[in-house]
Design a protein around this ligand. Structure first.
Ligand SMILES: Cc1ncc(COP(=O)(O)O)c(C=O)c1O
Length: 473
């Protein structure tokens, strides 16, 4: 028997089947095979609290992905709802185009500039607001090209990114990203964006090569590309501190220092896309602070509001900001919702919760080491080739042969088999090919991490049993 959804008094109650029918009739979901979903029916998420979500059939699910890498303070935080409600009653909206501003946007810009601490000669005193990570990367492209124009170097247009990177789904975001499937469906990337290989040791290292040596070699692909294009043509390099949507690809420790040496040598702007990595995910407010490199622009979104309302933006470093401000005149770029008062009020409440509950240090000093130990131990499972973590993100690779790390035939979609068992057993763990990844809320307790590890093991066992039955292991 299906659960009945309670809707506000003015609306009739809808059964799960009715919601699913209306869903497939009217709602085109992102990154979805519409026809396949219509045949199967969506899972209707109904409510959430802490680290758990409940679907319309009453199944309690451990959300080890924090929604989509964003619900860092967990679900059901009244502080954030109250902030939104109060701001909606006070000033629900006003634009920032016409020489006008609003109090939450100003306070948030100030707060973010304090959290993005200076590093070397970089300061982050300025913020450009948007409503998403994708829009923020569009803003980055606009700002980078404007910067070089104002510097009298109009030929510096090319941005170098990495294969398998994710920088969003707008035309600029998808072009900056390195996802082949996205490029194929829209004649992307647009001109002036090129990609180098990712620093993925497990797949790209030579046999016998150390992680340290591989990190330096992988960074060298940037230098090779700069020399191929001509250094005077290259505007910027964009990268995530840890590649998230690409499967939690954690660079070797030698990678970022070598990248810094290269961008410094050729005077290229460095964009750190921290849509996933900022706001405590790696045990620091921002990812650059963990790895110690010096970005010129920092993309943020998602966890700035813990996903409760849409907000994104770019921390603009002094090198770029000074040129745009001093030499730029009017910057012909912006969004209706740049500095949206409700979104900014929720972000302020969210950051206050994070500070009050010491969530960033909790990740660095407690959750991250615990996860490293216990998630790392999953490598003893017969299906797991490697299991690695960085802060509170983690990824493991499902392999056919542990000894040789032989991968499964991609047509078997082993990651999807594992994901199916996860969902059925009350766990949200994402599959990227045969990499299984997690990014739990920062409010997770150690006991809940134990519970999570138990669920992962159970689902790995079920995947193993199914593959055995099918004769694949
Ligand atoms: C690193 C990175 N950049 C940009 C984006 C795009 O953000 P949005 O979906 O808010 O446009 C994402 C989304 O996952 C991301 O992970």
């Amino acid at each position: 028997m299906s659960a009945v959804l309670k809707t506000p008094d003015t609306q009739p109650e809808l059964s799960t089947e009715e919601i699913q029918r209306l869903d497939s009739a009217h709602f085109l979901h992102p990154f979805t095979d519409f026809k396949a979903l219509a045949a199967k029916g969506s899972r209707v998420m109904k409510r959430a609290e802490g680290v758990y979500v409940w679907d319309s059939e009453g199944l309690k699910i451990f959300d080890a992905m924090s929604g989509l890498w964003c619900v860092n303070v967990g679900y059901g935080r009244k502080e954030l709802a109250d902030a939104a409600s109060a701001q909606m009653m006070e000033l629900p909206y006003y634009n920032a185009f016409f020489q006008t501003t609003n109090v939450p946007a100003v306070k948030l810009a100030h707060k973010l500039s304090q959290l993005a601490t200076p590093i070397g000669d970089r300061r982050f005193d300025h913020v450009f607001f948007s409503s998403s990570g994708s829009e923020s990367n569009d803003s980055n492209l606009r700002m980078v090209r404007r910067y070089w124009d104002l510097q009298g170097q109009r030929q510096r247009k090319t941005v170098i990114s990495r294969k398998n990177a994710y920088h969003g789904s707008t035309v600029a975001g998808a072009s900056l990203g390195g996802m082949i499937g996205m490029h194929e469906q829209g004649d992307l990337p647009i001109p002036g964006i090129v990609h180098i290989d990712q620093p993925y040791y497990f797949e790209n290292a030579h046999s016998g090569e150390s992680e340290e040596a591989f990190g330096v070699r992988a960074a060298g692909w940037l230098e090779a590309k700069i020399l191929e294009l001509g250094a005077d043509k290259v505007a910027a390099f964009i990268a995530e501190p840890v590649q998230g949507a690409g499967g939690v690809i954690i660079p070797p420790t030698t990678y970022w220092p070598e990248i810094q040496r290269i961008v410094d040598k050729y005077g290229i702007l460095l964009i750190s896309d921290e849509v996933i990595c900022a706001f405590g995910r790696l045990g620091h407010w921002f990812g650059y602070q963990k790895f110690g490199y010096k970005p010129d622009l920092i993309t943020f979104a998602k966890a700035v509001t813990s996903g409760y309302v849409p907000l994104g933006g770019v921390m603009v470093g002094n090198r770029v900001a000074e040129v745009l401000i001093e030499k730029g005149g009017e910057f012909n770029h912006g969004y209706t919702y740049s500095g949206h008062p409700v979104a900014c009020a929720v972000a302020l409440a969210n950051l206050e919760v994070m500070e009050k509950e010491n969530l960033v240090l909790k990740v660095r000093d407690s959750l991250a080491p615990y996860l490293a130990q216990h998630f790392g131990a999953l490598v003893d499972h017969p299906l797991v080739g490697i299991a690695e973590t960085c802060g509170l993100v983690a990824g493991l690779v499902l392999v056919q042969d542990k000894a040789t790390k032989k991968p499964f035939d991609p047509d078997l979609s082993v990651g999807m088999i594992c994901r199916k068992h996860c969902f059925a057993n009350g766990l949200i763990m994402r599959a990227v090919g045969d990499r299984m990844i997690i990014s739990p809320p920062l409010v997770c307790s150690l006991a809940q991490l134990d519970e999570l590890m138990g669920l992962i093991r159970q689902c790995l066992d079920l995947t193993w049993a199914e593959l055995k039955q099918l004769g694949h292991v």
